[in-house]
Design a protein. Structure first.
Length: 161
């Protein structure tokens, strides 16, 4: 009789532990399921040419919900323009990607990329900004002269830090 009672207690503890573990798992999963934007939108600079004053830009837009079309628009800062004939859509392992070459503005600016989903009862989107460098590239840091000190014997020592 004692063996059956111990087995029932062990089974009850196991059932309780499983129930607690399952409820914790569901709570963690619910906390992880944050609302996300309906469009995955990324923009990045893939390369720059400081001599020509241009930058290569890659834009990726992918719908996370069912939509008929994904429309992408770019607003360039004042003084920046797209190099004619460089904008094209390509299919990569990451999805459809738009690449283009932009003539950089004389001063820093932000490229604003907007993606909009359109479909049956759906009209939503996302906005992303990309900081563009200025046309001349980053200004060169002034060259620091090494600090020189003299010892008690009159020797000159150069400090590198």
């Amino acid at each position: 009789m004692n063996g059956g009672h111990a087995k029932r207690r062990r089974a009850a503890r196991l059932l309780l532990a499983c129930g607690v573990g399952l409820s914790l798992l569901l709570a963690v999963r619910a906390a992880d399921a944050k609302p996300r934007a309906p469009v995955l939108l990324r923009a990045r600079i893939t390369g720059t040419d400081p001599v020509a004053g241009t930058a290569d830009i890659e834009i990726q837009a992918r719908a996370r919900i069912k939509a008929r079309t994904v429309a992408v628009r770019c607003q360039l800062p004042q003084g920046a323009t797209v190099v004619p004939g460089t904008g094209q859509w390509t299919q990569t392992a990451r999805g459809r990607v738009h690449t283009m070459r932009v003539i950089l503005p004389p001063q820093r600016g932000t490229l604003v990329v907007k993606a909009e989903l359109r479909g049956d009862g759906v009209r939503t989107g996302a906005i992303v900004g990309l900081a563009l460098p200025r046309r001349g590239g980053a200004p060169a840091a002034p060259k620091k002269t090494p600090r020189i000190i003299r010892t008690s014997k009159g020797e000159k020592l150069r400090l590198h830090k």
